[in-house]
Write a protein that binds this ligand. Sequence first.
Ligand code: IVH
Length: 708
Amino acid sequence: MLYSSVQQKELFDNSKKLLQNGVSAKKSIAAAQAEQLRELIVYHEWRYYVLDQPVVSDYEYDCLFQMLKDIEASYPSLIRSDSPTQRVSNDLTEDFPTVEHLTPTLSLENSYNREDLFDFDKRIKKNLGIADTVELEYCVEPKFDGGTIVLLYENDRLVRGATRGNGVMGDEITANIKAISSIPLTAAFSKYGIKKVELRGEAIIRKDLFQKVNIERSKNGEQLFANPRNAATGGLRVKDSKQVRERALDAFIYQVGFAADENNNAVLNNFETHNDLIRMLEALGFKVPKLAAEMEVCSNIDKVSDFCDRWQNARDSYGFEIDGMVVKLNKLGLQDKLGYTSHHPRWAIAYKFAAKQATTKLLNVEFQVGRTGAVTPVAKLAPVELAGVTISSVSLHNEDLIKEKDIRIGDTVLVERAGDVIPYIVKSMAELRDGTEAAIDFPKNCPVCSSELERPASEAVWRCVSPLCEAQLLERLKHFVSKDAMNIDGFGPAYIDKFYQEGMLKNIADIYQLDFERIEKFEGFGKKSVDKLKLSVENSKSNPLYRLLYAFGIRFVGETNSKIFAAAVEDISELKNWSLEQLMSLREIGPKVAQAMFDTFALPETLELIDELEKLGVNTRRLDSELPKAAGSGILGGKTFLFTGTLANMSRDEAEAMVEEHGGKILSTVSKNLSFLVAGEKAGSKLEKANKLQIPVLTEGEFLEMLI
Ligand code: IVH
């Protein structure tokens, strides 16, 4: 190994210090800092490109890089020829022969916000000597997060494939490249007068296939990949090309680096725009960013910025991992005029999305008790910004997961937040430990009521089973009023805590017996907010029955199961007479759910609560609207639907409710049983699969027409 763990810890700590404190404007200090930054950047590049195990986020790396660039810009005498700013990063390994690219494969400059984009546009105009009021046309496409590949075609045949390497030389990986199905082995470039052409692209893995690859690896006892990017870059360098297929590698081609005719004269000037080149590749059978899907030709920088924003929001529903957008000046003539620095083209810029991963310190672990008594370990973190949100605590789920990931207090941990997914700890950085880290001890007693915890052999969760546990009661109350349960608008968790402290909430029924006059006198509660609360509580009394059942928070009884039970009875109290067998005879109800229902309705407390709620005016009877539609009835009877992409006129929940209202069913995956896929904007892998299986695809408009 190149670095000892002590050195690595020091490099990591120094990186964090510099990121926090920034660099000095004084030349004497800046010189030493530039030296240190070079050392740090080389280290992080090694971890990223060679080991595929970065210890800082891309954003943090970019910040270090930018700091060095800033110092070098202020004091050009400090620039050294071996500075990372003077060349692109190195991912060469010793396992493959190296080859020289026909033209250098450079990196991209980074930008992070609208202002950066406008600065870039201004800079270009200044360099070209054109007025600021002139609008420039840009191509914008995703920045695919995988491994760069460089392909060489001669006489219409793929003759060589390489990694980016140090930008000038790359690892020759032709056999592995040939194993990627989306890369054509032959392509009729000669039709365009091209004899020799160098293409650039990105090898990547679809997010859903990545999951499958990891499941397969875990079955075989192999180490799991931390993310799709690692699986892709590692996949490019496997020794046995058969493994490329096992990893389901795919490739997008996004650039023509060089093209020459039979006399070795460059022929790119036969094309007017970058878009023209990409369309040529598309016509030749390459997988490229498609217009009206991944790519847009924007007529000015304003539209570029809007397109980037739209993608930032839609990023998680896209089939591939992307870490930003790439903005390229469309006119090739203008690109030529601007040229390159030693690091990046002056006519392109990456627009990086807010970081989804970051490293931070795990400060402590607290144990929280949920409404079913489950005790969940929660990691308290040194606050860290992740995709625009500050994260200071994440769930560690259970004892087994802590052991599996070997997470310790004091560890540096890698945290990830992907879209709707709740932030989680990807892993601990064992290499950064200094011996002061402490194991996480799981408590034997409830942290709130001190009663002994139990863990059934078949479960991963420790549970407080005391019926008197205060923490459980509070969580049950919070669940009862929540949006998906009784939906008591404005009745948030803070109100539950406050009213509980005031002694006003001892059980669920108390929610319907609140002394609003007293509440009005509490600090921070005005008449208006109390009136609103009163109305919400009142409205919840006429909820459909399934909401009440769901609000009870019975283990395993979610919204769907609650609807099934509600449809099967006229009044909730009937359930006390149901046997286990009867409960299980309901379609889709399994033994675990049936047992939980049976146990709950055997408790006198449950029946007393129902009685009390009924007396207080809460609906305990099934509404007509809760009766299931007869099979096949309704316009969509017997048909199945799945929605994908962003819908313009309704949310996905609303669309799904419409299908059910009209007798149709929602499926969760594309299969032969699917009648229609409704594809909104930015539909990804589901659309591809539906096309493959020849399942009819509807636009949102076509779907709505079916209902008329
Ligand atoms: S264009 C000469 N377009 O981003 C300009 N790069 O730091 C060549 N990347 O590792 C880059 N998606 O592999 C370009 N649509 C895209 C891209 C893209 C991903 C990668 C590229 C390189 C990095 C640039």
